[in-house]
Design a protein around this ligand. Structure first.
Ligand code: OXD
Ligand code: MN
Length: 631
């Protein structure tokens, strides 16, 4: 470390680290890294420091400490553990997550922001001494395959072995890559502290929970929280920094899955899909018969005129609610077999985890995030306490999964043939449709994406526009973000086909018009569309599947007949509902996005004209049987 580090940082590290850990840190010859770790130590005052390399021994230490500290408890099945977050700390906290914005700058009214100096002073005060009695764990990661042109290096400092354990399951460790890059290594930085803990190892000061993002130094601070979505730097906190970097460098960092859809003759076609949190992203990527490459985040670059994508992660931090042997057979099997799995916020009884809607009766008592639980237990206000939290989660690595795509670690990524936007819209959009071209698709399905917020965020149940399902994570203005997206498509030889899906469409009686298993059919249809194997119908909001094509795929994939009436219910264009949707979206852009690209209004305006024309000819309801074949 010698000459390259200031004397002061050197002294702090020498005093705080034992010989073995000091040597590990010193072996990376990067003065900025040493300075950063020294600053964290000086501010947070940990009692010990552990530096995690890529070795199995270091990873084992983290797993063991997660249990030894009581942050996790072992379960009956080998490799399974459970962690409980505090009762008020079980989802992403939008309110407490803010950008630190220098004086004179603003990200726009759609953002939660605070003056940078004020925010830094506040968070530093909250972090001061926060690691007393705790171990500071220093971890090195690569978002994306190690050494790939897509990848971003990261350093995580945390005093939670649970956070560290999650991250070694979800991300590629890159200690050796840091050593190779030495002085030249640039990296994102994350500082997390759970703060004061009670006897259950739960953050006491959750009211002072803060997650502050400093895009000037690519550093994120998170304190007095444990929920992984708030505390794990590499997930949505890193995505925020990556989105900014991507827009400046002309690539895309997205809230998307990546999957291989298997077509006729052994063909495999890659799709990426953006869905708001809790709206079917992981479950689509885990569709039986297909392969999963990413379930939450994708980096997409133009490589020699082709859109190629990698997963910055190597694991899943997934939602448990609704995972049953019938609905999600692949994930259910993984969660009930030996192997490394961290469960959070479930009900535990006799060493077994239970979650909501798991397709079996739950025990009448056990232990859950609210302590000892029994059926009928109520909180202080007399409200019933559920057996498990709605946002209970599991963490697993992708590599051991039988359906893991073999290209997961390809440093050049996989070629993307299609992009899917999934909204949560009860009223308007049909079940699946294809955009006329890149611009129409990304605006009409992506930029106009409407949803209802789910239990993954604290303000559940709100109808809103969630631009490209990434709105929560944007760190640049919506206008700048969309401009980059539009330009990205223009730079490609052949942009991916763009699709819009809406699993949540209801009929006039409020019944779902589709079931979960039909996703498999729509994926196969999209795959065939990309290759021109099937035709389409020309609708006012996009290109629609033809009945005979879907009927054939139904038989093949589900072994079922597809009734004409079902097709008509799923694909009838509801004209007034679609017109109202356009109005809501236009209003959003007029009010909140002063720098919205002109193309947004052009695409929406043309869609309105097509809908009005259809209404003149056919009335308010346009059956797919009335549509003409697309050219
Ligand atoms: C997630 C989220 O956990 O988006 O992936 O909340
Ligand atoms: Mn997500």
């Amino acid at each position: 470390m010698g000459g390259s580090v200031s004397g002061r940082a050197h002294q702090i590290l020498r005093n705080a680290l034992d010989e073995a850990n000091f040597r590990k840190l010193a072996a990376i010859e990067n003065p900025f890294l040493h300075q950063f770790v020294a600053e964290v130590i000086e501010l947070c005052q940990p009692s010990r420091v552990f530096v995690c390399t890529d070795s199995e021994e270091d990873k084992r230490f983290i797993r063991e400490q997660a249990v030894a500290t009581g942050e996790e408890r072992p379960l009956a099945i080998e490799g399974h553990t459970v962690h409980f977050d505090g009762p008020k700390d079980q989802s992403r906290d939008r309110e407490a997550t803010k950008y630190l914005v220098p004086k004179g700058e603003s990200l726009g009214s759609a953002f939660n922001q605070i003056d940078r100096d004020e925010g830094l002073a506040e968070i530093r005060e909250l972090l001061r001494g926060s690691m007393r009695g705790h171990t500071l764990i220093v971890l090195f990661f690569s978002l994306g395959p190690v050494g790939s042109p897509f990848s971003i290096l990261c350093v995580q400092c945390t005093d939670s072995f649970y956070v560290a354990h999650n991250e070694i399951l979800l991300y590629r460790t890159a200690y050796e890559q840091f050593r190779r890059e030495g002085k030249g290594a640039e990296f994102f930085r994350f500082v997390h502290s759970s703060g004061r803990l009670d006897e259950n190892m739960v953050s006491v000061d959750w009211r002072k929970r803060r997650i502050y993002i400093d895009y000037i130094t690519n550093t994120v601070y998170s304190v007095n929280t444990q929920y992984a979505g708030n505390s794990m730097g590499l997930k949505k906190l890193a995505l925020r920094l990556a989105i900014r970097k991507a827009a400046r460098e002309g690539w895309l960092a997205e809230h998307m899955f990546i999957m291989g859809v298997h077509g006729p003759g052994g063909r495999k076609t890659y799709f990426a899909g953006a869905f708001p949190s809790g709206c079917g992203k992981t479950s689509t990527a885990m569709t039986p018969g297909e392969t999963i490459l990413a379930d939450d985040i994708a980096y997409i670059r133009n490589i020699n005129g082709e859109a190629r994508a990698v997963n910055p992660e190597i694991g899943i931090f997934g939602i448990l609610k609704g995972i049953s042997p019938d609905r999600e057979p692949l994930i259910y099997r993984i969660l009930t077999s030996p192997g490394e799995v961290i469960f959070s916020n479930v009900l535990v009884k006799d060493g077994r985890p239970y979650w909501l809607d798991m397709g079996r009766e739950l025990p009448k008592e056990g232990v859950n995030p609210w302590g000892r639980w029994w059926e009928g237990k109520t909180d202080e206000e007399g409200n019933p306490i559920p057996p498990a939290h709605k946002n209970a989660r599991y963490t697993v690595s992708l590599h051991p999964l039988p359906n893991c795509d073999p290209e997961l670690d390809n440093p050049m990524g996989v070629p993307l043939s299609g992009i899917i936007y999934g909204c949560r819209d009860a009223r308007a959009y049909v079940i699946v449709q294809q955009g006329f071209d890149w611009l129409h698709g990304i605006i009409a399905y992506g930029a106009a994406l409407e949803t209802v917020t789910m239990f993954t965020v604290l303000d559940e149940g709100k109808e809103e526009i969630n631009v490209m399902a990434v709105q929560d994570f944007l760190s640049i203005s919506v206008g700048e973000y969309l401009r980059n997206y539009i330009e990205f498509g223009k730079g490609l030889r052949e942009p991916p086909a763009v699709f819009g899906v809406n699993y949540f469409l209801l009929d006039e009686n409020g019944e779902q018009v589709a079931n979960i298993h039909e996703r498999a059919v729509w994926l196969k249809w999209m795959e065939r569309r990309v290759h021109g194997d099937v035709g389409a119908l020309l609708g006012p909001t996009g290109l629609l599947p033809k009945f005979d094509d879907l009927r054939a795929i139904y038989r093949e994939v589900l072994g079922e007949e597809y009734p004409r009436e079902r097709y008509e219910r799923q694909f009838t264009i509801r004209v007034p509902e679609n017109l109202a949707k356009i109005e809501r979206v236009e209003r959003f852009y007029q009010r909140h996005v002063p720098d919205a690209p002109e193309e947004v209004f052009q695409v929406l305006g043309a869609q309105r004209e097509r809908l009005l024309e259809a209404q003149r000819r056919f009335g308010d309801r346009l059956s797919p049987f009335q549509l003409e074949e697309a050219a």
